[in-house]
Design a protein around this ligand. Sequence first.
Ligand code: SAH
Length: 397
Amino acid sequence: MDKVILRPRREESLLRYHPWVFSGAIAQITGHPAEGDLVGVYAADGRFLAYGHYQIGSIAVRVLSFDEDPTRADFWDVMLSRALALRQAYGLEAASHTNCYRLVHGEGDGLPGLIIDYYNGVCVLQAHSVGMFRAKGAICAALQRVYGAALKAVYDKSSGTAPFKAGLDLVDGYLWKAGSFTDDEQEVLENGHRFLVNWTEGQKTGFFLDQRENRFRVGALARGRNVLNLFCYTGGFSVYALGNGALHVDSVDSSRKAMDMVDRNVALNGFDPAMHTSYCADAMEFLRDVPEGKYNLMIVDPPAFAKHRGALKNALRAYQRLNAAAISKVAPGGFVFTFSCSQVVDKEAFALAVFSAAAETGRSVRILDRLNQPADHPVNIYHPEGEYLKGLLLYVE
Ligand code: SAH
């Protein structure tokens, strides 16, 4: 295994278990590791620090282990079992009302560059690094051992996320499936609500599992309300609102495929179709035409406006504009659930954008709660960058 040797005193972040080595911290690399190879990381004085995947770019190594050698035969079994144990401990795995959750959340599960979502027996994997992409066969084999007969299929959906490298076969497809498994779609249960998840056609791995607890919160406040669900994707928040006594729900997304899925999910849960309307539209344009006071519960859950630091300023302006439009239109006594999933927009910056939006409208706005990502999207305490989903529950008079 090749060695990455750091400059003097550049080992400190690794000694605090931060899982990245930046290229600027490296003094010397022995051998010629290919991108994705396992390397050992050593301090300038020769002390061993960690094992990780080598990468070309500003993050040069993503750490897989600070002690155990990841080449040992049961490495993936151990790591995936640990991830599963957390979901079991939290009551997600084998809950009667929920059979989908994130099994592996990158750095949050000690596996930088790897996402695995579990949909009622189907695991959908996304590699965000060449190292994880190359390990997918071993990961798939370990998933089969860890889940046993409960596993129906393992689907690799890395084509949009793995860094493109010549020689990588970036075609999505099944790494394994049980003989009886034929569908590209699976019905899942989330807090007792039914959803269809399609990992081949859908966005990301097929479903936004990170909003499960916030959907529950919307459900708890939906009774008797007129609901507008903006950026609804396949209708997660809409189904919870309808299932908990909302008077009517309007769902809006610019994706036609997503809106077709919303209609199927509303039907799947047996709701009266008259209580729900789908709009395939731009959310901002839709809001412009909304009569003031029509809705007294709004959900605003846009895609990440900033994917990197350089886009931060424009993103904050976009959050402000969108939230000002929502806050200005919601009925007095209304709730607004507003979110940002941009990792580079931290919770203070987001709150400031929403504050500026509220000030623009001049209305009385109070923060009732601060919302987060759920336990199956854990944040490694040594890697606070893993915190990305944030939201506010507003009460507007
Ligand atoms: N709230 C959803 C997840 C939202 S993801 C859930 O609970 O599942 C963001 C969504 O915004 C995507 O479905 C995407 O299609 C949609 N989107 C992106 N740009 C948009 C725009 N300008 N107007 C409306 N929808 C948009």
